[in-house]
Each structure stands twice: as structure tokens, then as C-alpha cells.
Design a binder for this molecule. Structure first.
Ligand code: R5P
Length: 293
């Protein structure tokens, strides 16, 4: 039976996984010395065990070093394998050198995780120019897809919906959510001119009159994509759109700002947030089971 070790802040997610897996829950103690350096101690016997460390990697800078220390400790203490369950995988943005001298952080982050863990399981990683995680990660890496969860929520909770994907690249994903929601879908054309400067072009929405718009997005960060789209929909006379999001990052006051123009906002629990309604543990447990057989 594998041993699930939650890093601090990931206990609730780990408990949900245990409920779907029948694995054993272990414990990690982590704290900081007065100078800010990290202390990590594994409080469970890991010798000979398949160890799965659960650590979401949103705002990952603070979580990263203790995670590496815990994984190294597990290996040194005799763990048979050490896997990372990261419901949200950070540092997926800078996957090329856009300007001379820039660090390609996707690669560095992937190199350290790949040299520390035997396997990675995550949810809808934000792949831009990479076709798959394996282009950056040298360990087996599984991407679980949350589209069925978003689609089921829409189907059960929104009467007469139509689904709106954030950009042209989301076409296939929006189609998948639309199928699961039993709803038509459209995608927007998005141009980003800065972290908080997003311009969006809508297709003709006349045929969706009388339906309720649902904005979907894999990540809500500054919230500008959702806000710009919601304002456009209001201008066209639609009701405030519900929003279904995979990774609720919501930096600063983004959540409040989106709330003022949107209807309901729901997200998966990949990043702990008040909007979390869609539990990922069943999907991740299925992925974990299929890799342990
Ligand atoms: C973009 O490629 C993503 O799919 C999201 O639309 C984007 O990350 C959202 O960011 P923000 O909330 O800052 O507009």
C-alpha cells in the first residue's frame, strides 16, 4: 500500500485522495528556523514504500525547497519510489527565451523536479509551445484532464448553457467541456499586451440568444481574461456569465474584481480557494491506480 505524504497546506487534498485510494496517510513536519531556512522531518516510516508526496505548486517559491528536502529525505530513508502529486504545476509560463538573456524557467524547474522524483502526476498543465510535459520533464509525467468535471458541473447547474473558451488554443478543450456539458461552445480570440492588458474578440453570438454564457479557463490569474470577456457579454445583453476554472490562482484582488462582473465562480481544488467546488481526488486517484498496476 502506498504512503501519501502531504506537504503543509495539502492535508485536505491528501485526505480526499486517501478516501479514494485506500492508501495510508503519513506526516511531514515542516517549519522555518528564525533566519527563514526550512526544517523538514518525515514522521512516517518510508522504508520500502512507494511514497507519493502531495504538494500543489501554486505560488511555489515557498513550497519548493521543503518539497525537495522531503523527497530527498524519503529516498535516503529507503523509499522504494518517490512520486510527486502536484494538482497545480507552476513555472509553465516561460518556456522559451522571448528576449535575449531571459531564463527559461520551465526547463530549470523541470530539471530539478525530474532529478528528485520518479514520477509526476498533475492536472491540466499550462502547455504553450510544448506538446507534452515530457518535452521538459525527463520522468514519466501524467496530465489529468479536468474537462469532464467542468462539463458535469455546467450540465447539472446551468440551464441552457453555452460554453466560451478563452482563446483559439482552447478550441479542443472547450469542445470537450461542451460535450460533457451537452452544450454548444465558442472560443474567443485573445491578444495579450501585458500581464493585465488583454484584448478579446468575440465571434457572432446571435445564435446563442436566450442561452446562459459560461466562461471556462484553465487558469484565472489576474482575472483580466474573465473580466474582459464578461464585460463584453454584458455589452451584448447577456446575463453575467458563470465561470468554471481549473486552477484558481487569483492574484491580489482578482477574485473580487471577477466577482463584480460574473455570476457564479467555481473551480477545481487544485489550488485551495473559496471558489473550490470540483474535487479532483477521484480523477487523480484513478491516474495513480493505473500507474501502480
Ligand atoms: C492563457 O493562455 C490561459 O489560458 C489563461 O486564459 C490565462 O492564464 C488567464 O490569465 P489572466 O487571469 O491573468 O487573464
Amino acid at each position: 500500500m502506498s504512503l501519501i505524504l502531504p506537504m503543509p497546506g495539502n492535508e485536505a487534498f491528501a485526505a480526499d485522495l486517501i478516501a479514494h485510494l485506500g492508501a495510508e496517510l503519513g506526516a511531514i513536519e515542516a517549519r522555518q528556523f528564525p533566519d527563514g531556512e526550512h526544517y523538514v522531518r518525515i514522521r512516517s516510516d518510508v522504508a520500502g514504500r512507494d511514497v507519493q508526496i502531495v504538494c500543489t505548486l501554486a505560488r511555489s517559491d515557498a513550497a519548493f525547497l521543503p518539497l525537495i528536502f522531503a523527497a530527498d529525505a524519503a529516498r535516503e530513508l529507503g523509499a522504494k519510489s518517490v512520486s510527486l502529486i502536484a494538482p497545480y504545476l507552476g513555472y509553465m509560463r516561460q518556456d522559451k527565451r522571448f528576449h535575449p538573456g531571459e531564463a527559461i524557467s520551465v526547463r530549470s524547474f523541470a530539471r530539478v523536479l525530474s532529478s528528485t522524483f520518479d514520477r509526476l502526476i498533475t492536472v491540466d498543465p499550462h502547455l504553450h509551445r510544448l506538446a507534452s510535459l515530457e518535452e521538459a520533464y525527463s520522468i514519466p509525467a501524467t496530465a489529468v484532464h479536468a474537462a469532464p468535471l467542468l462539463g458535469s458541473w455546467i450540465r447539472a447547474s446551468v440551464p441552457e448553457p453555452f460554453v466560451i473558451g478563452p482563446d483559439a488554443e482552447s478550441e479542443q478543450w472547450a469542445a470537450e467541456v461542451g460535450r460533457a456539458a451537452d452544450a454548444p461552445h465558442v472560443v474567443l480570440t485573445k491578444e495579450r499586451f501585458g500581464d493585465r492588458d488583454v484584448r478579446i474578440t468575440f465571434p457572432d453570438l446571435q445564435r446563442y440568444r436566450g442561452r446562459r454564457p459560461v466562461l471556462i479557463d484553465d487558469i484565472a490569474s489576474s482575472g483580466r481574461t474573465l473580466i474582459t470577456a464578461a464585460e463584453h457579454l454584458r455589452g451584448e445583453g447577456f446575463s453575467p456569465p458563470d465561470c468554471a476554472i481549473v486552477h484558481a490562482i487569483f492574484g491580489g484582488d482578482a477574485y473580487d474584481a471577477v466577482s463584480t462582473v460574473a455570476g457564479r465562480i467555481v473551480s477545481t481544488d487544485s489550488v485551495p480557494h473559496p471558489s473550490n467546488r470540483l474535487a479532483l481526488a477521484p480523477l487523480i486517484a484513478t491516474a495513480m491506480r493505473s500507474h501502480s498496476t
